[in-house]
Design a binder for this molecule. Structure first.
Ligand SMILES: [Zn+2]
Length: 296
C-alpha cells in the first residue's frame, strides 16, 4: 500500500525520515522540476485503489454527483510561507485547490506558527490535493477539497512527520519525540478540519494525514465523537498528555475521565462535550503541549 516500504535507517531528529535533503539540494528547486509537476496534476494516486471508507461517505453525503471543472481551482505552490513539495520526488510542486479549502489550510498554517515554538514553516511535503481519481467523484480529492500531508519543515528542522510507515520502526527518544510531534500536528488539523484521517484509520494513511473540509466547510471542527475522532482524542491523551489511555475508538468512561483531567489542567474545566470551545481548547492545548510551546 505504501510507496516506500524498504526499512530506512533512523535519521537524526532534525532530518527528513527519508534523509532526502541531498536530493532537494541537487535538483528539487529547479524550474524544470516545478513545471513537470505543475503540468501533470493527474499523477498516479500514490495511495492506489485501496479502501478509502470514511472519505467516500463524507464526499457522497456532501456533494453533487459531478466532479468540479478543474480550471476553477487555481494552482497553488504555497500555503502562506510554506512552499509545497511532492513527497515521492521531493520536487517543488504546484497543486490545484478549491479556493475555500486552500484558505482553510492557510488558517491552519497560521495557527501552527502562532502556537508552536518552531521558526516559520517554509516547507510542506505532500502527496497532493486535487486529483481526478476517476472513482465516480466519491473522494474530496476530486474537488480539490482534500490535502494529503506527509511532513512540514523549516529548512532541516522538522515540525512534524506523518511518515508513520518510516518512523514506527524508530526507538527510544527519537520514536517518542516524533510521535508526540505527530499527535500535536493531528490536534491542529483536527481543530481546523473535522474530517482528519491519521495512521490509526487504515494502512493507506500510514504515510500521510488526510484532511478535507467536507464537514467543517469554512469553519472549525465540531466534536462528533466519531470513531476516527475518538481514536485521535485517545492517542493525544496517551502520547501527548501521558494518560495511558486505551486507543479503541470508543468514547467511553476512561476517555471522558482523562479528557476532563486535561481540561482541568489547562484551566478550562468541564468536558469536551460541554461546548465547542472546550473541544477547541483541548486541541489547541494539545498542539501547544506536544510541540513544547507550553508545559501546562
Ligand atoms: Zn487524502
Amino acid at each position: 500500500m505504501n510507496e516506500q516500504s524498504t526499512p530506512q535507517p533512523a535519521p537524526s531528529a532534525t532530518r527528513s525520515p527519508l534523509n532526502r535533503r541531498a536530493v532537494l539540494n541537487l535538483g528539487g528547486l529547479t524550474a524544470a522540476g516545478f513545471a513537470a509537476i505543475a503540468s501533470t496534476p493527474a499523477y498516479a494516486d500514490p495511495r492506489g485503489t485501496g479502501p478509502v471508507g470514511d472519505e467516500n461517505r463524507s464526499a457522497a453525503g456532501a456533494l453533487a454527483a459531478a466532479c468540479v471543472t478543474e480550471t476553477t481551482m487555481p494552482y497553488q505552490n504555497t500555503i502562506n510561507s510554506a512552499a509545497l513539495y511532492y513527497e515521492p520526488t521531493s520536487a517543488a510542486a504546484s497543486f490545484r485547490f478549491n479556493t475555500t479549502m486552500h484558505s482553510r489550510l492557510k488558517v491552519w498554517q497560521s495557527f501552527w506558527d502562532a502556537n508552536t515554538p518552531y521558526p516559520v514553516m517554509n516547507r510542506i511535503d505532500s502527496y497532493g490535493a486535487y486529483v481526478d481519481r476517476g472513482d465516480g467523484c466519491v473522494s474530496l480529492h476530486n474537488y480539490g477539497r482534500a490535502f494529503d500531508i506527509a511532513s512540514a519543515w523549516t529548512g532541516t528542522t522538522r515540525h512534524f512527520s506523518a511518515r508513520y510507515d518510516t518512523w514506527k520502526a524508530w526507538t527510544g527518544t527519537e520514536l517518542t519525540g516524533v510521535r508526540i510531534q505527530y499527535w500535536a500536528a493531528a490536534a491542529s488539523l483536527h481543530l481546523h478540519f473535522e474530517h482528519t484521517l491519521t495512521y490509526l484509520y487504515n494502512t493507506a494513511h500510514h504515510n500521510h494525514f488526510h484532511v478535507d473540509n467536507s464537514r467543517s466547510g469554512a469553519g472549525l471542527s465540531v466534536l462528533s465523537k466519531s470513531g476516527t475522532q475518538t481514536n485521535s482524542i485517545q492517542a493525544m491523551l496517551n502520547y501527548v498528555w501521558g494518560k495511558g489511555t486505551g486507543i479503541d475508538g470508543v468514547y467511553g468512561n476512561q476517555t471522558i475521565q482523562h479528557s476532563n483531567e486535561v481540561l482541568a489542567q489547562i484551566g478550562k474545566g468541564g468536558s469536551l462535550t460541554t461546548s465547542q470551545s472546550h473541544w477547541h481548547a483541548f486541541l489547541t492545548a494539545t498542539t501547544r503541549k506536544g510541540t513544547g510551546m507550553q508545559a501546562y
